[in-house]
Ligand binder design. Structure first.
Ligand SMILES: *Cc1c(COP(=O)(O)O)cnc(C)c1O
Length: 563
């Protein structure tokens, strides 16, 4: 089966998390979903990629929420043998001076059309390894710093070695975020000059050759978000794969900064939206940072009712989503009918999962994403009295969802806080919080709500992608001017801005949000249905046609992979 894929040189795409499908819980949020959409588009466009990630047998976690709003985390075990085939090859890497065996699974990602992309799921849970080492690939983002470093060694070093062992010829490497940066160290080791050619004190590694092979996409707009490991830990765990003075010159003197390392060893570096690239240039002076704005996979993020509509009116949309610019030709009634179906599906799901019955004729505001402080899920609730007053004038309903990282106390506290608000508002606004946010719930929500809300603290949302998914379903965004929305926003055409410009302070965002809801969005919904539907079409025509992962991958292909 592997022979189908090893006969031609490929781009190796490395990511700590990849959302392959809803049944495979090897992702925690936007980064993993983006990686999945990247591969789905690569398959549809028949680009020669091979992806490498960890098998994460215990998944991220399954979220339960108790009546008080406390998040309870359960392992989310999955069985790789149900979906993938065991690889016959294995490689040994050195961790804490021991040989740790790395093998894995071949998952074949089937495109919506003919293409396929092989995905290697790295696995250390092998009888040859001791118990501790068998657990390295169990928990996505689990454990402490030492555990994380071991995972990143398996991903970067183990991943590079296993591609070689399986007979893949790699033309370029693409690192999705810094977790796989140790891959670049393995390449340095592989392309070291023969010892006899190196004079004492000279750098023994062919750095230009490694740089030529590497591409890096950064997703974090802040220094604090980067993986850093103290050198004593690195030395103890990784040994001397590359001499420490060389690593220090590339990755920082004090700590091994994974982002620095990969910046110094990648010829092509990009941010995930125009504004994020600008911020990254300030964060990393002296590096050339390109911008390729994220996108989402058309077929995956379109509700079947809208897919049917596009199939009828714009039949090539799955291959060339640009054609959605012509979605304004679709009759209003058909758009509304498709939306009504998606909304009914969401209402059904909300009832099944929470027992709450939402009303099909009342607008639904949706908010779902990783629960963490900078995303400000509580902004909508910052003035409960005001929110009640708005609801008395123009009634609306709210659907929320999201997981907090098990060690993000702030995020977990926010989930509890939201549940307090839900109880306090029980008599005035119907609000549901759906547990265990995943791809399936995401599609139901982005297609079934009427307004998609996004309230990050600027400039912390590098891109954000859920609003793009909403656009594929004709759902306008009400969003702070950050990430992709700086490019996607046309006031009154694709949605609305919260706060007036990217430069203004974050302080008044709540007031701006309430004003937009009460004075603009809700009146339009209730008073002028044709104008509302033309807004829905605006989201499809102007945003879905552009913010899709086909366009994104065509750009990676022409600007990063072929250069
Ligand atoms: C799309 C998606 C995300 C990312 O949403 P953002 O708005 O970019 O934060 C997170 N989790 C799931 C399950 C998703 O489908």
């Amino acid at each position: 089966m592997l022979d189908d894929f090893t006969h031609e040189p490929r781009i190796a795409y490395f990511s700590m998390e990849i959302a392959l499908r809803n049944e495979i819980p090897t992702y925690s949020g936007g980064l993993g979903v983006l990686a999945g959409d990247t591969l789905r588009s690569a398959a549809d466009l028949e680009l020669p990629l091979v992806a490498v990630t960890l098998v994460s047998r215990a998944g991220y976690f399954r979220q339960e929420i108790d009546p008080q709003g406390k998040q309870i985390e359960h392992p989310d075990m999955w069985d790789p043998s149900r979906w993938a085939t065991r690889l016959k090859a294995g490689v040994a890497i050195s961790i804490e001076g021991r040989d740790v065996w790395v093998s894995g699974w071949l998952y074949i990602l089937q495109g919506h059309m003919n293409g396929r992309v092989p995905v290697i799921l790295l696995d250390t849970d092998l009888p040859l390894n001791g118990n501790e080492d068998r657990e390295i690939t169990h928990h996505l983002y689990g454990g402490d710093l030492a555990y994380r470093l071991k995972q990143e060694i398996v991903l970067g070093v183990g991943g590079a070695l296993i591609l070689q062992a399986l007979g893949f010829e790699i033309r370029q490497y693409h690192m999705n975020e810094g977790h796989s940066a140790l891959l670049a160290l393995e390449l340095l080791r592989r392309y070291a000059y023969p010892p006899d050619d190196v004079r004492a004190g000279e750098n023994p590694y062919d750095i230009p050759r490694v740089r030529e092979l590497c591409n890096f996409t950064t997703h974090t707009p802040v220094e604090a978000g980067q993986d850093k490991f103290p050198y004593d830990l690195v030395h103890r765990t990784l040994g001397d794969i590359v001499n420490i003075p060389t690593i220090k010159s590339l990755a920082g003197e004090d700590n091994l900064n994974m982002t620095r390392l990969v910046l110094n060893l990648s010829e092509y570096v990009n941010g995930v939206a125009k504004s994020h690239a600008e911020i990254s240039r300030k964060l990393y002076p002296g590096y050339r940072v390109h911008a390729i704005t994220n996108g989402v996979h058309p077929y995956t993020w379109t509700h079947p009712a809208f897919a049917k509509l596009y199939d009828t009116h714009l039949p090539s949309w799955c291959h060339e989503p640009e054609i959605l610019v012509r979605a304004d030709r679709i009759p209003d009634a058909a758009i509304w009918e498709a939306h009504t179906q998606a909304k009914n599906d969401l209402i059904e799901k909300v009832k099944t999962l929470t027992g709450i019955e939402l009303h099909p004729k009342i607008p639904i505001i949706g908010f779902a994403r990783r629960m963490t402080e900078y995303k400000r899920p509580d902004l909508l609730f910052s003035d409960i009295q005001r929110l009640k007053t708005i609801a008395q004038e123009r009634t609306f309903q709210i659907v929320l969802a999201g997981k907090a990282h098990p060690r993000d106390e702030g995020g977990k506290h926010l989930i509890e806080l939201l549940h307090t608000h839900i109880r306090d508002l029980a008599d005035s606004i119907r609000i549901a919080y759906l547990p265990n946010y995943d791809m399936d719930i995401a599609l139901a929500m982005v297609s079934g709500v009427d307004i998609w809300l996004n309230t990050p603290l600027r400039p912390l949302e590098a891109s954000g992608t859920s609003g793009m998914k909403a656009a594929f379903n004709g759902v306008p965004s009400l969003s702070v001017m950050d990430g992709w929305w700086v490019e996607g926003w046309i006031e009154g055409v694709t949605g609305w801005a919260i706060g007036d410009s990217a430069e203004s302070a974050n302080g008044d965002d709540a007031t701006s949000l309430y004003n937009k809801l009460l004075q603009v969005a809700l009146p339009l919904y209730y008073m002028d249905r044709p104008a509302w539907i033309s807004m829905m079409k605006g989201a499809i025509c102007k945003n879905a046609s552009f913010f899709n992962s086909h366009r994104m991958m065509r750009r990676y292909a022409t600007e990063a992979y072929i250069r």
